[in-house]
Design a binder for this molecule. Structure first.
Ligand code: KIV
Length: 319
């Protein structure tokens, strides 16, 4: 089995290398699922090949309870998006937020493992450097630890990702232990857990009561003890995010939490300004929706005026 994680030189696809190593009979098993074929893809120029970070390196980024340089994580759902984000990030999250961002669904609940696998494989193909983490969607892991293993192993085998993420704290600790003892690195997710929106009653910040405060801290600690390599803490009041970050040895990645966390994650489309409505904790760094609107208006105008395509964009008979 050719399980190459280091980048191959431009134009040499993994399947070609595997063909050399395994011979033609084994070749059909080795598709280019995990590697962008730069000779056929529109996605040239090739992203600068760099050695990929690993889960243990992310875990060890926090030393003796301290993180010097915060970890940078963003969501990615497509190969080209992954290419653009990869050099700037330590981790790329193929979040189940793709349900809303890509598919226009009103929550993450209808997202399926097949959707996560298709987008996860695209993001792995588009990245060289970041650790790619893929979300386990609602209903694909909560039923039993065996179900969780089945889903997580399929996600990892079919995408080439380095880790999975699942929501829930103490209730998921046994599952996290089961997975991590069987070769599946797990990132936890506590605080506001969008898959539990019907239990929580909405997307408001968590941790305003002592009971919630204690539960979020206990959830994080249970996940660490179970073997999670990192956790996301989402939508909690800042003192909880700080207390959780201080109390754990593993990196705590914040979203709507605190700059004191060991790293930050945002939904890329939110920070780029693709949507009118975003949660309060999102900082819009750009207004890409406006750029697209203006650009497409110009295109539409030129098409209607028959000024596009011009001579430059048309083929003429050779004289
Ligand atoms: O699905 C997602 O994008 C997430 C992040 C918001 C943490 O879980």
């Amino acid at each position: 089995m050719c399980n190459e994680s280091a980048p191959t030189p431009r134009g040499i696809t993994l399947s070609f290398l595997c063909l050399l190593i395994n011979g033609p009979l084994n070749a059909p098993l080795m598709s280019t699922t995990f590697q962008l074929d730069t000779s056929t893809s529109r996605a040239n120029p090739t992203p600068r090949p760099r050695k990929r970070l690993t889960v243990p390196r992310i875990r060890d980024h926090k030393k003796d309870g301290q993180t010097k340089d915060p970890l940078v994580m963003l969501t990615a759902y497509t190969a080209r998006q992954a290419q653009l984000l990869d050099t700037h990030c330590d981790m790329l999250l193929v979040g189940d937020s793709l349900g809303q961002v890509i598919y226009g669904l009103d929550s993450t609940l209808p997202v399926t493992p097949e959707m996560m696998i298709a987008h996860g494989a695209a993001v792995v193909r588009g990245s060289y450097h970041s650790v790619v983490v893929v979300d386990m969607p609602f209903g694909s892991y909560e039923g039993s630890k065996e179900l969780a293993f089945e889903t997580a192993s399929q996600i990892m085998a079919k995408t080439g990702c380095a880790a999975v993420k699942l929501e829930g704290g103490q209730a998921m600790a046994e599952t996290v232990a089961f997975l991590s003892q069987r070769g599946i690195p797990v990132m936890g997710h506590v605080g506001l857990t969008p898959q539990a929106v019907n239990v929580l009653g909405g997307y408001a910040a968590r941790g305003r009561s002592q009971h919630e405060h204690d539960k979020i801290i206990a959830d994080g600690q249970a996940l660490e003890q179970a073997g999670a390599f990192s956790i996301v803490v989402e939508g909690v009041i800042e003192p909880i995010a700080i207390a959780l970050t201080k109390s754990l040895e593993i990196p705590v990645i914040g979203i709507g939490a605190s700059a004191q966390c060991d790293g930050q994650v945002l939904v890329t489309e939110d920070m780029l300004g693709m949507f009118e409505r975003v949660p309060r904790f999102v900082k819009r760094y750009e207004n890409i929706a406006e750029v697209i609107d203006k650009t497409v208006a110009t295109y539409a105008e030129e098409v209607r005026a028959r000024s596009f395509p011009s001579e430059e964009q048309t083929y003429q008979p050779k004289s």
